[in-house]
Design a protein. Sequence first.
Length: 331
Amino acid sequence: MNNFQDSRVLITGGVGFIGSSLARSLVALGARVTLVDSLIPQYGGNLHNIADIRDRLTVNVCDVRDRFAMEYLVQNQDYLFNLAGQTSHLDSMTDPQTDLDINASAQLAILEACRRANRGVRLVFASTRQLYGRPDYLPVDEKHPIRPVDVNGINKLAGEGYHLLYSSVYGIRASVLRLTNTYGPGMRVKDARQTFLGIWIRQLLEGQPIKVFGDGKQLRDFNYVDDCVDALLRAATDDAAIGKVYNLGSSEVVSLGDLALLMTGLVPGGHFEIVPFPPERKAIDIGDYYSDFSLIRAELGWAPQVGLREGLVRTIDYYREHGRHYWEATA
Ligand SMILES: NC(=O)c1ccc[n+]([C@@H]2O[C@H](COP(=O)([O-])OP(=O)(O)OC[C@H]3O[C@@H](n4cnc5c(N)ncnc54)[C@H](O)[C@@H]3O)[C@@H](O)[C@H]2O)c1
């Protein structure tokens, strides 16, 4: 018997990239899953992400900013995975208020809804490594100073802070994961609004050069989506995670130039070019980053299992077959 058999699970942002992969795992574990997603066209929600499991879960097209709807939806849930988010760093600078409304205010409202209607729920919040800003040292552990370089990082920090506060003050069992770059089938690949990796995959498959900004020497770590889902499930079920913050990450650290080489080698005719950093991106760039994830490894036994090359092969194969559902997707 697993923890999720017949349990009631709510996933905000559930039609998005990570939420839909999580939903697939939970459905397989026998959970009764409800997805909440606004399907705002320029965001990451895509109904193709759940095409194979659509008849095994409930989809509620609803915005997490709708407090009355959320107060109703959190009732009687055993688990709540809080993944809905405005995820574009650039958009958070051009439209900071929307980022604040979704990533901070709505999170507080969801926690208030839990306090009033379901204090027994088990919560996991998807935070981001972006809130560390430009690292003072590498790898970055959870004790690293917090110095966000964009509005998104500040609002995600507030979002995770509310979860931890409601855990310590009201006893609502919440955990926070600070995700690093996550990739895999279902990620948004339409344009460069979210991660550069998405647009790289699309450009490669369309025979266009991929563009590496700067000198290509920037270091990053990446998690394949299945490893991220594994971490979310562990955080939700291990009491050691209550009230805690954990970094995710990978010990396979790669420069963006080497990543471009690896990816272009996976697609016949693939090529890349090094171009100057667009100024609006340079201003919020964090330089080199990779995580120290030893805390979650020690406390929850988590470590990434899928290597970068293998994960990229799986991802590119997926978009070869399903790309048309993503290139022009509106939801
Ligand atoms: N993918 C990554 O590399 C990464 C890295 C760090 C943190 N995260 C965090 O993980 C979470 C999931 O990210 P993802 O990569 O799956 O992104 P995604 O954009 O694919 O998924 C987010 C989902 O939230 C939905 N959403 C956005 N605003 C909403 C609202 N107001 N109401 C209801 N639904 C709304 C979107 O429609 C989308 O389906 C986000 O909170 C993100 O900040 C992701």
